[in-house]
Design a protein around this ligand. Structure first.
Ligand code: OGA
Ligand code: MN
Length: 322
């Protein structure tokens, strides 16, 4: 158990047995200083997930806050692929709501978006399907659905899960390279919607399964539902181990559920140390608005580009115009 801890500005109250903390002491009414940002980064490297209640940032302030933690991702590739955005002038904002570009709750008339949101309900690390993966993500609640209709975000401690692997399993996975596909996750979540997508037709992002989390010096098990196959194996050959590792990492003892309490709450996590998902089966999904907005930074560690440092594609995104 990690005990409650204060640095000069932050107070971190642990949320689960091995990871996660609620953070107090940050004044979000003005831009955070470089010093405070450094403390937040250190805390995130340690706890993996940080919850900030009532941060109440707007899009612009969220982008400004995220810029403290590295080069930011944007949705320009998605826009090029034909997706209409609610905030085309703020491409750093990933719209992970259940709303269309006019702010209405998505219906079955938009199967690709509904399917993408279902994919978000499977365990993942952001942009693990990209050669350049995400490091930190920051998610903010703008409009939450009514209490009791679902919509929590869940996290897994994939560093603790690595620690608990047997010596034999560590040896077995040590050199494995996982080929990650966005569309593999989408097909798992919504097989009918993505029936005509063949993940193998698109480039896959190749990342090592067992990795050093450089900021903490701890190992991390980088297994997600984007995992399609391992180098040198077929999907069929890889499946048993992929499933065994996903079952291992998703045990209750590694789980943290973050309930969104109020609009304005914000959560920051380290995609290279934890997994996450939107909780599946929320009753709100096609009934009530859940307006969530995310920003993410690019991973600058030596694992940031996986094993393909010269890759030039992003997301394996198939354009709708193809
Ligand atoms: C994300 C994500 C989960 C949620 O923003 O990357 O996976 O609960 N969100 O909305
Ligand atoms: Mn995500």
């Amino acid at each position: 158990m990690i005990t409650r801890e204060s640095t000069s500005t932050l107070t971190c109250t642990p949320l689960a047995r091995t990871f996660g903390a609620e953070v107090h002491g940050v004044d979000f009414s003005k831009p955070v200083s470089k010093e405070t940002a450094a403390e937040i980064r250190d805390a995130c490297n340690k706890y993996g997930v940080l919850v900030f209640r009532g941060a109440n940032l707007n899009n612009e302030q969220q982008i400004e806050f995220t810029a403290n933690f590295g080069e930011m991702y944007d949705v320009k590739a998605h826009m090029k692929a034909g997706r209409r955005m609610r905030f085309p002038h703020q491409p750093e904002i990933f719209d992970v709501s259940n709303l269309d570009e006019n702010g209405n709750v998505l219906t079955e008339l938009e199967p690709a978006r509904v399917g993408a949101n279902k994919g978000n309900c499977l365990w993942h690390a952001d942009m693990a399907y990209n050669p350049r993966r995400a490091h930190y993500s920051i998610l903010r609640a703008v409009e939450l659905p009514p209490k009791g209709t679902g919509g929590a975000t869940q996290y897994l401690d994939s560093r603790a899960a690595y620690d608990d692997l047997s010596e034999e399993m560590r040896r077995r996975i040590d050199s494995l390279v996982c080929n990650n596909s966005l569309y593999h996750n989408r097909k798992l979540a919504a097989p009918d919607t993505f029936a005509d997508f063949e993940p193998s037709d698109l480039p896959m992002a190749r990342h090592k399964l067992a990795q050093m989390h450089e900021e903490s010096g701890r190992m991390n098990l980088y297994i997600t539902t984007y995992a399609h196959h391992f180098d040198g194996e077929t999907i069929g050959q890889s499946r048993p181990l992929v499933n065994e590792l996903l079952d291992h990492v998703s045990q209750e003892k590694y789980l943290l559920t973050v309930e969104w309490e109020n609009n304005g709450d914000m959560v920051m996590w380290d995609n290279t140390a934890v997994l996450h998902r939107a909780t599946p089966g929320g009753a709100y999904t096609t009934k009530y608005k859940r307006d969530m907005r995310r920003t993410s930074t690019k991973d600058s560690s030596s694992y940031g580009w996986g094993v393909d440092p010269n890759a030039t594609w992003e997301a394996g995104l198939r354009t709708t115009k193809e």
